[in-house]
Design a protein around this ligand. Sequence first.
Ligand code: C2E
Ligand code: MG
Ligand code: MG
Length: 698
Amino acid sequence: MSHPARLLLVDDDEMNRDVLSRRLLRKGYEVELAEDGQQALDLVASRPFDLVLLDNMMPGLSGIEVLRRIRRTEAGNELPIIMVTAQHESENVVAALQLGANDYITKPVDFAVALARIESRLALSAASRELRRARDLYRLASRASEDGLWDWDVNSGRVYYSPRWKSLLGFSEGEIGDRVEEWFSRVHPGDLPAVRAEVASLLEGRGGSLEIRYRIRHKDGRYRWMENRGGVSRDTAGRALRMAGCQTDITARQTIDAETSLPNRLWLEEELRAAAERPSDPGPAGPERPGLLLCELDGFDQIDEALPDGRVGHLMAAVAERLRGVLTSMPEAASLAACRPADRQFAVLLRQAPSVDYARVLAGRIQSALNEPFSLDGETLFATVGVGIALAGNSTGDPLLRDASAALRYALEHGKGRIEVFQKELREHDRQTLRLESDLRQAVERREFEVHYQPKVNLESGEIAGFEALARWNRPGTGMVMPDLFIATAERTGLIVALGTQVLERACSDTVELRRSYPHLTVSVNVSGRQFAEPDLVEQVARCLASTGLPPCALHLEITESMVMEAPENARIVLHRLRDMGVELKLDDFGTGYSSLSYLHRFPFDVLKIDRSFVARLTEGAQGIEILRAIVDMARSLHMTVVAEGVETQEQAILLKALGCPYAQGYLFSPPVGLACLRELLPARFPVAATALTNTRC
Ligand code: C2E
Ligand code: MG
Ligand code: MG
């Protein structure tokens, strides 16, 4: 105690007061005197005392009565009272102790005994005052803290949960008891084993401190993310006595995507789980049924690869901003929430989706907003977005996220800028895709692919100048499968690399055989994007030429402009290496992309294959002819040869020839055919302007 203790000495005997007070003053105490009960009560009411020495036998108010009255306002641990009684007053001593006296001394007062008792009482009340202060401080601190405090008495098994601990879970003070199960029973089943193990290991002395994260169920039924830090106090034998710590709500930290500031997948999964558990509410607008809209930029991988490091994050942030803009512009904005469930995906949760049409309209608005060009570091980027939609009522009962993902997958696989609504058939499509993938894997291992050849005709002479090798899959139990049903899947799974090698080897060795009779023949082989990106493509081609004995000039490789545009610098290097080897390079499907011929001329292409869409427009009017004329003229001025694809009519062939296009392939001459059939076709002539030969022979 910093100041000297202030004592109140109450005694009607002046002599007693005088002697005792002088000795106490000498011991350093402050002493005030009261000569009767009333004076004592007035003094206690007027200023604070640390202890009262109270004579029992007094005229007027007795000591017992004064004690009773003081105790009405002052608790025993706040103002200790020592009764001073005569030797024979033992029943008064008992009564006084029952009324809240803290101790007693007898007359005549033995000063040493009195002093010892005064000191021990003062020490006790100081300790209890300190304890009270610490408790108050703790209570104040815990009230001010954002963390929920807990204190677990290991022996009794009781846990003190601070009011904040309870309110973090949505409960008020009286709603949560003091058992440890109040805590554990609310922890997410997926996280509970880890939580129990951590706590047990700490109790058993294996860990230094507790630091765990888990989900815990809130009163509203949703799970919140908590971080819990704590420690243990032990007895001298090392046994745990108490474990205490604090629980912090980290839901926001755990469920927000840093790049876009949108909620992440954890948030979405929890929202969907809570929505699925909630009984559907048949409100005025019909039952509440949640819906989910999942979006992904078409060709995300290519965009990601094409952008410099880290830039795709900026793009995603810009996408998120536009998405927010669309949602806030909707009248039902309050029931819509955007989030980012995966690096490449965005989602809109519709808490109340009125109809499929509504979801489609929303998807359309999102697409329009994202179709506007993006500006990244001065570069302009155009994007389209695929959208998958699933509504609770329409789905198969599977979680919405799975249904929406299936719809999105379908949308992305079937073109750009598509909107697909989940239907049960999509599940079947997913199953088929899975089966296709595994069958395709086997097909590569078992070499189930065949190569068909489509002749390329010299329009001047009518002779077959060469042919294009096109893969066919002889799928057991199904028959011949066309490339549009398996090339995309082979590309996605990477199987195209092995498949492409098989086609290349077959095509080269077949051509070697055919060239024995027709030495001028050349073969064109398609190279996929994935193959083109293989670091050893050039070596592979060289190995194949060496092993089959085909001269490099007899091999043409067909490459589409999108492959070149994905990584132009790399493409230029690979193309030059192939060209240096003597292999001829064809730009396939020209006109289906966006690049200009003058740009593509920077790459060493020898041949331009005009896409069949241009050929089809030839006979539709003057404009079609003019476009083709411009392409042929420009190719010629850039010293490139031209091959027209998809020629189906004599009229088209005549026009192409007149425009100066030297080569053509198409159903007019022959569809792709097997090796045996090709062998029969080779001696034939296909005079343009005369009646075309049909392929009835094959
Ligand atoms: P592509 O390289 O542009 O091949 C031309 C496609 O047009 C072939 O389709 C061919 O059968 C078809 N076609 C030919 N003449 C006509 C015609 O007069 N009218 C119409 N409507 N179509 C005609 P196919 O064989 O179904 O191949 C489709 C695509 O699959 C190919 O387009 C090529 O990109 C790819 N592909 C085929 N085989 C392979 C391969 O071995 N490797 C790679 N990477 N891709 C391949
Ligand atoms: Mg081709
Ligand atoms: Mg083509």
